[in-house]
Unconditional design. Structure first.
Ligand code: LHQ
Length: 255
């Protein structure tokens, strides 16, 4: 249910239930979380990409399998979606969510959970939950108001209207939009660019930003001072400074 490929330091995880627009069942959610943990542990992997096979990114919970389930909603979220979102946010490598088509419900939350969000022109994000009279979960209530403010977040959640690529880019739901025809190649090129950046510094940057998002300025300054020590002590830093002095491009894959 999740295809795994690696090229030039980029590990691509492709949700693979295209006839269901990659709607998530437990098997897919566990496989994706396991694959992310494996990518985190693999020293050959510098950047992780999550994308979807076919015309959808992820249509959220597979509604075909929900009746007859023996877990409560709370137990289900705590067992499947929440560990997935936490794994993405805690992974000490950049995670790109490459939204190739519709991202709905928990699939929208997944799309927003990446460090970098790249959309195809035909991508759309739908906080669809209220259409089946549920509340937004899998992190949507945390991510979306931080991006678009409380009021637009509430409106998107209440009306379940799609956000198209143009608004997604303008409103900060994605960093780049690429043509459908070249999307995967464009994502790979972007990911390789990121993979050439200093991996340790990016991991610490992610940690510092995650911390700062829920802290005071005072605590963020202390955290920066502590993490800067880890960055400065790493051979990457010496390589960056040496490259600057020698007027050449740094090679961060070497140290
Ligand atoms: C699907 C699905 C789907 C199964 C499309 N399941 N088959 C967490 C924990 C516990 C419980 C519940 O929820 C959650 C969080 C959630 O994620 S709740 C939100 C669940 N997702 C939805 O409600 C989305 C349902 N899907 C849609 O509204 C539409 O399919 C969207 C807007 C995503 C796409 O519309 P279209 O582009 O028009 O495609 P389509 O509707 O024709 O779908 C294509 C096929 O995929 C179709 O099957 P068929 O056999 O007719 O070709 C759909 O039934 C199937 N599919 N989403 N979530």
């Amino acid at each position: 249910v999740v295809l795994v490929e690696t090229a030039s330091g980029v590990r691509t995880l492709t949700l693979n239930r295209p006839d269901r627009l990659n709607a998530a069942n437990d098997e897919l959610l566990y496989a994706l979380t396991d694959a992310l943990e494996a990518a985190g542990a693999d020293t050959d992997v510098r950047v992780v990409v999550i994308t979807g096979a076919g015309r959808g990114f992820c249509a959220g919970q597979d509604l075909g399998g929900v009746s007859g389930r023996n877990m409560s909603f709370t137990e289900h979220l705590n067992a499947t979606y929440n560990p997935l979102i936490r794994t993405i946010r805690m992974l000490d490598k950049p995670v790109i969510t490459a939204v190739n088509g519709v991202a709905a419900g928990a699939g929208a939350s997944l799309a927003l959970a990446g460090d970098i969000r790249l959309w195809a022109q035909s991508a759309r994000l739908i906080e669809v939950f209220s259409t089946i009279a549920l509340i937004p979960d899998s992190g949507s209530t945390w991510f979306l108001p931080r991006l678009v403010g409380y009021h637009r977040a509430f409106e998107l959640m209440a009306l379940a209207e799609p956000v198209l690529a143009e608004e997604g880019l303008r409103a900060g739901l994605c960093e780049r939009v690429y043509p459908d025809e070249t999307f995967l190649a464009d994502v790979q090129a972007y990911a390789e660019r990121l993979a050439a950046r200093p991996a340790n510094a990016l991991a610490l940057t992610k940690r510092a930003l995650n911390f700062a998002l829920t802290s005071t300025l005072d605590a963020a300054l202390d955290q920066e001072a502590a993490l800067q020590q880890l960055a400065g002590d790493h051979p990457e830093h010496a390589e960056g400074v040496a490259a600057f002095k020698e007027k050449r491009a740094p090679d961060f894959r070497r140290p």
